[in-house]
Design a protein around this ligand. Structure first.
Ligand code: ATP
Length: 538
């Protein structure tokens, strides 16, 4: 992972935000190549999900035809949206502070195990944060606490399994003697406290409590809030999907793992509205379609998996959720990180925005009420049901939500693309080669154009070719240093093709085109370049 992070900085994919001032934790800037890569990821998603979707034919695996459209909503919306969606009340994490070290931890991220030592005869719940080898970290912490050496490991009597601090607190009436992850003495952790993940801001100049608004933590709610507008202003018929790409903000407590968990990030979300009787089929369709998309885009190996949630993991409104996950190199072996969640949300969202915040009572979703019987958070009162004029039926559509992160997808494509092999250098000597094996659609630069040497009419021809290709593709011109070096520079940023103008070009109008992955060079007619590149880029 360090190599990937270093390459990202060196070649201008990603920089830490505000780096000249020491950086800002959880915020990342995309550099000159990063912006192209991420834009290609978003464009591929937008194109494949919306623009190239043909509503007249049944797509493979779909239960019927459907339509797709897009939206671009504001980041700041009416605060009531977040109250009805549940984010205002539910979108929080529990935190604990250590009075000794002044460190703050996510309550459920603290892992530990009960341990006894003969002298002093004490039972302690020793803790650590998630690491590659949690037991080894616990051994170390326990030895330190009891003042023992490594060779005394057998003096520790471990009890039960490793568990999270919340589980330990629940077990056997709670855990006394909790030793915080970095503390020297037990019982220095505070009670868990709630912490809302939404960023607050103020609208207007007065700054009173009524002017408080939130930066959206997801793009989805803007789509639900506009459901009626879209139905009224288009001739879309259910089933249809509305897509949106845009920034979301979460005041994550522990931003980490490069861009994987950031505080400002981009989402690519679809809310797909369908008849309740068909929603299970549409859920299965979107789950499989979205999984197939990542494979098409190059995450074809074992590092990608589709994981269906078990009943206990489902959100209170969901009747089915699957995560598309990737085994990022920064995660401990065997662990996967979420790229996208596909959720069957039933009619929860549209009903919430009609009626007010809902809660589950048995199997039913009901309006959450205050002790005085008033709704806890009032809905809009607008009719968000759908009338099917063919079947003469009025119903509240069910929603399937494929919700992807543009930054996590970009990071996964970067990690998957990173390759090291051996290739001959300009003197024919085998040398280690680092290259990014991006799918051609995602590669920031599609082709580089080189004159072999800066004389004999070659730069003139190469400049002309560059000008022609630039009208259609993202291309790069390079005439500096030996041609072998230039190839390496392009390999390192994932450019799929390098086009070289040499002595023969001057004579017969052919150029060489070199493939990044196979290193094969072929001669083709200069006049065929646009056609050839279009074909190869797919
Ligand atoms: P996690 O459990 O990893 O925090 P989540 O389940 O809260 O993720 P969702 O609310 O389902 O995430 O958001 C949909 C998608 O948005 C995620 O699959 C992920 O790709 C992206 N995403 C969510 N939070 C972040 C973040 N802090 N940084 C980058 N991307 C994020």
């Amino acid at each position: 992972m360090e190599n990937i992070v270093a390459l990202c900085k060196r070649r201008g994919f990603l920089f830490q935000s505000s780096e000249i001032y020491g950086g800002l934790n959880g915020f990342w800037d995309y550099g000159p190549l990063g912006v192209l890569l991420k834009r290609n990821v978003k464009d591929a998603w937008w194109n494949d999900m919306i623009m190239s979707h043909n509503e007249l034919v049944i797509s493979g695996g779909a239960p019927g035809t459907y339509e797709m459209t897009g939206l671009d909503c504001t980041i700041i919306m009416h605060p009531q949206i977040w109250k009805c969606s549940g984010h205002y009340d539910l979108f929080h994490d529990f935190m604990v502070d250590c009075r000794e070290t002044k460190k703050r931890y996510r309550y459920d991220h603290i892992l530990g195990r009960f341990v006894l030592a003969a002298s002093p005869a004490t039972r302690v719940f020793v803790t650590t944060l998630e690491t590659e080898n949690t037991q080894a970290a616990l051994d170390e912490a326990a030895l330190k606490f009891f003042g023992l050496r490594k060779k005394d490991l057998d003096k520790l009597q471990w009890e039960g399994e490793i568990m999270s601090l919340p589980d330990a607190m629940r077990s056997a009436g709670g855990a006394a003697n909790v030793l915080g992850p970095d503390a020297k003495t037990p019982d220095t952790l505070t009670e868990p406290r709630e912490f809302n993940l939404m960023f607050k801001t103020t609208i207007g100049a007065l700054g009173t409590e009524e002017d408080t608004a939130f930066l959206r933590p997801e793009t989805a709610q803007g789509i639900f809030a506009n459901f009626k507008n879209v139905c009224d202003s288009t001739r879309l018929r259910v089933p249809f999907g509305i897509a949106q790409v845009g920034k979301s903000f979460r005041n994550e407590i522990t931003p980490r793992n490069f861009t994987f968990r950031s505080r400002e990030f981009e989402q690519m979300e679809i809310e797909f509205f369908c008849h309740p009787s068909q929603s299970a089929q549409w859920y299965a369709y979107w789950r499989d379609r979205r999984f197939a998309w990542y494979i098409e885009m190059g995450l074809a190996g074992e590092r990608l998996q589709l994981r269906e949630h078990g009943a206990t993991e489902l959100s209170h409104y969901s009747c089915g959720t699957a995560d598309i996950e990737y085994q990022f190199p920064f995660l401990p072996p065997g662990e996967f990180g979420e790229l996208e969640g596909i959720a069957h949300r039933g009619d929860f969202d549209l009903r919430s925005h009609m009626e007010g915040k809902l809660v589950k009572e048995g199997c039913e979703l009901v309006l959450e009420k205050l002790p005085n019987g008033q709704p806890k958070h009032r809905g809009s009162g607008k009719d968000l049901t759908y009338y099917d004029d063919l079947t003469k039926e009025r119903f509240t559509p069910h929603v399937i939500e494929p919700s992807a992160g543009a930054d996590r997808a970009t990071l996964a494509f970067l990690c998957e693309a990173y390759q090291v092999d051996t290739a001959p250098d300009e003197k024919g000597q085998p040398q280690e080669r680092v290259y990014l094996k991006f799918h051609p659609r995602l590669a920031p630069i599609k082709a580089a154009v080189f004159p072999l040497v800066k004389k004999d009419g070659m730069p003139e021809i190469a400049t002309e070719i560059y000008g022609e290709l630039k009208k259609q593709f993202s291309v790069f011109y390079d005439d500096k240093s030996a041609v072998g070096r230039r190839y390496r520079r392009q390999d390192e940023i994932g450019t799929p093709f390098c086009i070289t103008v040499d002595g023969q070009t001057v004579q017969d109008g052919t150029v060489t085109i070199r493939d990044r992955d196979t290193l094969k060079q072929e001669r083709i007619k200069r006049d065929d370049l646009v056609k050839e590149l279009s074909q190869r880029l797919g």
